[in-house]
Structure formats: structure tokens, C-alpha cells
Ligand binder design. Structure first.
Ligand SMILES: [Zn+2]
Length: 309
């Protein structure tokens, strides 16, 4: 599977067919559409729910719908083929048009619906994420017009007053282009897949991700962003600021475990077998969807990064 295999076997057939053909896969399954609901987070802010697993019910990441005076800003657009479903859900809460898309990162399960909204809608990603997208066959040739129209390096402000959005890049993690998108008036931040779920992270090294850097990036977000109480995650229901802090600690502890295991001369395979989630992380599992992210795999990546220092 190719770079887009983001969620690997979870996305499964849809991504394989896209990778092979360079085309969007066939439309979403009835089960996936059924699971794609619009829910209110705060005034003028909704999420269209995504999923973290479920085979053909997998729709991609959580989409944020922010209704501003000028129109709707979407954060993330699920897998290819979800544009019509997104629009239908949006129309149930506002008659305003979609005027802006921000993608938390490059992966197809967060950017796949972009093209549906057309090449003229303003679309924003961190500059490294755009590079990753531009190198992907699904944006080759004529489809290059669907690449994001605007990038930033470390920080970007769009809109003003109650409609203001702050976009931050704090460093490598899930990829090398993960944005944190803050709606200051609503004390809410979309963090995408750098905190996708309460389990070991999926780190995409081919898109510049880093197991070792991820906790530092999360800690920087926690130290920098103020006045946020609600977190929209990559693939689980809305969580809290404290959950984000806890996840930063969880990933930091994992890197400490990797360092200790490496020092003790344990193979990644062995250390992976021995890894358990500390009891203080309530509600956590080692891995989502029955082993999608393998501890040994993350440890191997951490080992390579640590040895490369
Ligand atoms: Zn992702």
C-alpha cells in the first residue's frame, strides 16, 4: 500500500483502489453514511462524525463545520467520495456555502472530500503537508488544481472577531505537516491525527512523522495554546483540554519506554510484547481496531530515530 494507506487495513479497499487507479474510490457504503452524523459542539460549530475503524463503515476523520458570517469553514473532509454527504449534513444546519477548507494534515481520510467543493474554494494546509499531497499520484495532472490553495509555515490567522481561526504548526508527529486549528471564540481546537484516539499513535514516517518528536510537539501545543476547553480529535468523539495534556504524557511515556528498552538491549519485538498501558491512563488501549498500530512497529521507529541521533 502507498503513502495514502494512512490507516492501513482500516481504510482497506478504498485506498488500494485509489492508489492503483489514481481515482477516487467508489462511493461510501450505506453503513458508513449512516455513521456519519452532524452533532453540535458549540454555537456555530458542529462535527460531522468520522470513525476509527469498521471496515467498509470507515468514513475517515472527524470534520469540523464552523459557521461564520462569510460562510462555512470545514476542517477536514473525510475520504474521497464523501463530499455529497458532507454537504447534505451541512445543509441541515445552515444555508451558507462552504467558503474555506482547512486540512489538519495530508492524509486521504482527511482531505479526500476537498475536490468535491471545487478548485476555487480557499483551502489551507501546512506547507509540508502540501508537499506530501503534491507528490501523490491522486493529485497528478489535471487533478493538481484540487491541491490546497494556501499554505503557512508556523502560524496563520484567518478571519476576525468571533470568526477568527488560529492555525499552528508545532513540529513533527503523525506527519511533518500536522496543524492545530483553534476557534478562539468557542474555546475549541481541532487536532487531527496527532491525537487521533486514546491509544498508540499511527505515525507515518513516509510523510515525515516521528514517534520521538510527537510528545514534544504535543507538549508545545499544550504550553502555547490558551483558553481552549474542547478538543476535536482525529477519529474519536470530542474530548477535553485535559485529555490532550494526558495524551501528550502518554506519548512521552511511550518514548521513555522505548529509550529504556533500547538501553536494556531488548529488541523492538520483545519490548513490544511486554508493553502495557499504565493504569493511570483510564480508557486507553494499546491499539485500536485489533492491532492496527503495533507497539513493536512504533518501537522500531523510535529505535531508529533514537539511534540516528
Ligand atoms: Zn492521518
Amino acid at each position: 500500500m502507498k503513502r495514502w494507506s494512512v490507516l492501513g487495513t482500516v481504510i482497506g479497499v478504498a485506498v488500494v483502489s485509489m492508489a492503483v487507479s489514481g481515482q477516487a474510490p467508489q462511493g461510501p457504503s450505506a453503513r458508513a453514511i449512516e455513521a456519519t452524523k452532524i452533532e453540535k459542539v458549540k454555537d456555530n460549530l458542529y462535527i460531522i462524525t468520522g470513525s476509527s475503524a469498521g471496515g467498509d463503515a470507515f468514513s475517515g476523520g472527524n470534520t469540523a463545520v464552523f459557521i461564520t458570517d462569510a460562510g462555512v469553514t470545514l476542517v477536514d473532509t473525510k475520504l474521497p467520495g464523501y463530499g455529497p454527504t458532507l454537504l447534505e449534513r451541512i445543509k441541515s444546519v445552515t444555508s451558507k456555502p462552504v467558503t474555506r477548507i482547512i486540512n489538519t494534515h495530508s492524509h486521504a481520510d482527511h482531505t479526500g472530500g476537498n475536490a468535491f467543493f471545487g478548485p476555487t474554494v480557499e483551502s489551507i494546509v501546512q506547507e509540508n503537508a502540501k508537499k506530501t499531497m503534491a507528490a501523490d499520484p491522486s493529485y497528478a495532472g489535471d487533478r493538481a488544481k484540487f491541491l490546497p490553495t494556501r499554505t503557512y509555515q508556523d502560524r496563520l490567522t484567518v478571519g476576525s472577531g468571533k470568526d477568527r481561526i488560529e492555525v499552528y504548526y508545532f513540529g513533527r508527529g503523525h506527519t511533518n505537516g500536522d496543524s492545530f486549528i483553534v476557534f478562539p471564540a468557542l474555546r475549541t481546537m481541532h487536532v487531527g491525527d496527532i491525537f487521533a484516539w486514546k491509544a498508540l499513535p499511527y505515525v507515518d514516517a513516509s510523510a515525515g512523522g516521528s514517534v520521538v518528536e510527537q510528545p514534544k510537539t504535543l507538549a508545545k501545543a499544550v504550553a502555547t495554546v490558551k483558553n481552549v476547553d474542547t478538543i476535536i480529535n482525529g477519529h474519536i468523539p470530542v474530548s477535553t483540554w485535559n485529555d490532550l495534556k494526558e495524551y501528550a504524557d502518554f506519548t512521552k511515556d511511550f518514548v521513555a519506554y522505548a529509550e529504556a528498552s533500547l538501553k536494556a538491549g531488548k529488541s523492538a519485538e520483545q519490548a513490544g510484547k511486554e508493553y502495557t498501558v499504565a493504569p493511570k491512563y483510564k480508557g486507553y488501549v494499546v491499539t485500536i481496531d485489533e492491532g492496527f498500530v503495533k507497539p513493536a512497529g512504533n518501537l522500531q521507529m523510535a529505535y531508529e530515530e533514537l539511534k540516528g541521533k
